[in-house]
Design a protein around this ligand. Sequence first.
Ligand code: AMP
Length: 279
Amino acid sequence: MKVITTAAEMQQLLLAIKPKRIGFVPTMGCLHQGHLTLIEKSTKYDDVTVCSIFVNPSQFNNPEDFQKYPVTLEADRALLEQYSCDYLFLPDVNEIYPPGYQPVLFDIGKLDTIWEGEHRPGHFQGVCNVMNRLLEIIPADDLWMGQKDLQQCLVIQKLMNSTGRKNVFFHRVDTIRENSGLAMSSRNTRLRKEALAAAAALYDALQLIRRQYRFVPFSQLLAKAHEQLLQHGFEKVEYIAIARENDLAAMNEYVAEEKYAAIAAAWIEGVRLIDNIIL
Ligand code: AMP
C-alpha cells in the first residue's frame, strides 16, 4: 500500500491510472470492522481502492469531541495493508483546506437542519466541504459509505447531484455491529467496559420500534423507547424517532406504503452515539 500525503501527488497518481475503476472509502481513522467492510467491498468491486484518513476539524461542532477523537494511525495502516487497500491518503489540514480556503455553502435542503443537523449545527456543511475537496483530489468511480451514518449518506448523495457528480456510484453499506448489537464506532473506544455493554440498549430500543411500529401509536412507542434508554444507563437522549427513509422527514403515524427508518442519538458516559435501522 502506498501512503500519500499531498493532494497534488494523490491526484496525479490517480489520474494516471484512469480508466481503471477507482473505489474510495473516506474515513476519520481509528479503523474497525465497519470501515474494513467498506474497504473489502471496494477491493472486490474496483480495480484500485483508496482510503483516506482525515479527522476533519470543520465537521466537529464540539471542540472537545475533536480533541478527544481517537487516533490509531499505526494500527490503521497495518489493517489497511492486511485488507489489500492500494492507497492511503493521509493529508494534513493544509492539503485539504489550503491557506485562504473559503468554505462553500452547499444546498442540502432540510437535511442540513434536522436530527444530526439540528443537534450538531454546521456539521453537514463541514462534511460537504471535506467530501467536495476529497472528491476534487480523488477521481472516484465508486464511493463506499456506511448506513451507520444514514443522514450523512443522504447528504452526500445530494452533494453529488448538486455538484454534477452523478456518475460517481454511491454504495450504502449495511451497519456492522458488535455481537451485542451495538453499532461499531470509533467513539466506542472511549467507553469503559460496563458502558460498552450498556450501550447495546441503543440497538435494543431501535429493535423495539421495529417490532411494534405497525401496531402502537408512534408517540407512545417512541416515549417507551426513550424511557428504555434512560433506564439502561444512557444519560440523555437527543432524539429517537421514526422518519421517512429517503429524506428523514419525521413521521407521526404508520402508513403502509412508506419506507421508514428508526433513528437515534443518545449520550452514555459522556459519549454521543448514533444508530439507525431500516424498518
Ligand atoms: P468515520 O471514520 O466515522 O467517518 O466513518 C467512515 C465511514 O465508515 C463512513 O462512511 C461511516 O458511515 C462508515 N462506518 C462507520 N461505522 C460503521 C459501521 N459500524 N458499519 C458500517 N459502516 C460504518
